[in-house]
Ligand binder design. Structure first.
Ligand code: KIV
Ligand code: ZN
Length: 534
């Protein structure tokens, strides 16, 4: 049976916009471009690239994503204001397929306390902004922020005004993750009735995960007629995050006979994209996370293994290969040549050429001197690490001495860093090796660094396995993540700190804002009277 257009649900990815609003997950422009390319390859229909009005840096980042010339439609977010809409129009100029995503809050709480607007003023703002936007865009999405807590009648009114002015996609956000699946489905059923004669109007869901219901709510919306789902890779997003793209896509695929709906996602790219986003944002994927967690396909219990050996379907509803987890027992080692290395990169879907390939091969050789077997996971981390370690700071050398006596531990670290090539050395003590290294780096970099969170995970198996360290730091008061990997976990720690500092340096140079939508909305509260809504 061929798929009818109606049986397709569009996947609208907002990793680069809503996902970036999660603490520590801010990305620099190069990182955003890498993720945008990966999302395009994954097959998402729409990539929300950011909020151009937030700052010149955010504008430039969206503009660069737009210039990538991707197959996916590129969307930019705007408040219901002319200036924001003009910024999106300008930033998206180079994109072959573009969309404006304009929003205003509709719930009583937001109307009264955030907007200080009456219902009529909200409707007027929707009418004015979308009418204005029609000058620039054919493809307009309107979001009723906090729709989940909006009176149904008013929501209907708001959407009718938006459609009359020219919006084609109506997004129903559960902004605070408050609704439940049946309740959320009822909102869609209600709105759908209003547009039953308009097959060109697409209803969209946008769920936050505060009660752990984001994916369930999104799927309930699909059952009630939503044909676009907004989501993020690994479910990243502010607070408890957004609906996880990989979970929604695999639920629809695995339960196709139930939902009768398809997506255009190449599911084999789910795992590599998840790893890329986790690496870039420094946000860990929990081991038991559905689809992309490291235990998602692990069958520990003997009884399961017995069943699995007889027939995989006994305990496995999806195949790891379907989501791009390719297991190979072949390992490389220090005698492996360039050709074998290049061949393995190719089989992992990684294309490296010329100088870049030479550099990567040299790093592979260094790693092979420290570690007997080089697995696919090691290669993947090598590639991701190479992509993210550039910046003014580099680790040159590191010495740590730890003394444990009668349960008391003391450590001293000497770190030698290079700052734009110039050596900077510092020594510091600490309660343990990690503490001593971070103290020494704080001194060497002359920067206020505070450690919020520290996680370490082995990349492959064995005593000589690499450890991947993810740190969450407060750098001069801003929360920033970083990742580093090495066979030496203290070195991995130092690399993770450097990664975090270099990333922040780049963001500052690029003039990017912090958690853009809320930052600008808060700013806006103070200047609202002067600006006024259009
Ligand atoms: O959660 C939300 O309401 C949003 C809107 C801007 C769509 O992110
Ligand atoms: Zn949101």
């Amino acid at each position: 049976m061929t798929t009818k257009e109606n049986d397709i649900v569009k996947i609208f990815d907002t990793t680069l916009r809503d996902g970036e609003q999660s603490p520590g997950c801010s990305m620099n422009v190069d990182e955003k471009l890498k993720i945008a390319n990966a999302l395009n390859e994954l097959g998402v229909d729409i990539i929300e690239a950011g909020f151009p009005a937030a700052s010149p840096g955010d504008f430039a980042a969206v503009n660069k994503v737009a210039a990538l010339n991707l197959r996916s439609t590129i969307a930019g977010l705007a408040r219901s204001q002319q200036g924001d809409i003009e910024a999106v129009a300008k930033a998206l100029e180079p994109a072959p397929n573009k969309r404006l995503h304009v929003f205003i809050a509709t719930s009583p709480l937001h109307r009264e306390f955030k907007l200080q607007m009456e219902k009529e003023q909200v409707l007027e703002s929707i009418h004015n902004s979308i009418t204005f936007a029609k000058k620039y865009f054919d493809d307009i999405e309107f979001s009723a922020e906090d729709a989940g807590r909006t009176e149904l009648d008013f929501l209907s009114e708001a959407f009718k005004v938006a459609v009359a002015a020219g919006a084609k996609t109506l997004n129903i956000p559960d902004t605070v993750g408050y609704t439940t699946p049946i309740e959320f489905a009822k909102i869609f059923t209600h709105v759908k009735k209003d547009f039953k004669d308009r097959s060109d109007i697409i209803l969209s869901s946008h769920c936050h995960n505060d009660l752990g219901l984001a994916v369930a709510n999104s799927l309930a919306a699909v059952e009630a007629g939503a044909r676009q789902i907004e989501c993020t890779i690994n479910g990243i997003g502010e607070r408890a995050g957004n609906a996880a793209l990989e979970e929604i896509v695999m639920a629809l695929k695995t339960r196709k006979s139930y939902y009768g709906i398809e997506t255009r996602i190449n599911t084999k790219r789910l795992y590599p994209t998840s790893r890329l986003v986790s690496h870039i944002t420094g946000s860990t994927v929990q081991a038991n996370k559905a689809i992309v967690g490291r235990n998602a396909f692990a069958h520990e219990a003997g009884i399961h293994q017995h069943g699995m050996l007889k027939n995989r379907n006994t305990y496995e509803i999806m195949k790891p290969e379907d989501v791009g987890i390719e297991k190979t027992s072949l390992v490389l080692g220090k005698h492996s040549g360039r050709a074998a290395f290049k061949e393995r990169l190719k089989s992992l879907g990684i294309v490296y050429k010329g100088e870049n390939l030479n550099d990567l091969f040299a790093q592979f050789k260094k790693l092979a001197d420290r570690k007997k077997d080089i697995t696919d996971e090691d290669i993947e981390v090598l590639v991701l690490g190479k992509q993210s370690q550039s910046g003014p700071w580099e680790l040159f050398s590191l010495q740590v001495q730890t003394i444990v006596k009668h349960g008391h531990q003391n450590a001293t670290a000497i770190v030698e860093l290079l700052h734009k090539g110039d050596p900077v050395i510092a020594t510091a003590d600490g309660d343990g090796p990690v503490n001593a290294v971070i103290n020494a780096m704080r001194k060497a970099m002359n920067t206020e660094i505070e450690l919020f969170d520290y996680r370490i995970q082995n990349i492959s198996i064995g005593d000589d396995a690499q450890g991947e360290v993810k740190v969450s730091l407060s750098i001069d008061g801003k929360q920033r993540n970083g990742t580093g990997a090495s066979t030496d976990i203290v070195e991995a720690t130092a690399l993770a700190v450097i990664n975090s500092i270099n990333r922040e340096h780049k963001r500052q140079q690029q003039g990017l804002t912090n958690n853009s939508r809320h930052a600008i909305e808060t700013q806006n509260d103070t200047v609202r009277a002067a600006q006024g809504a259009i």
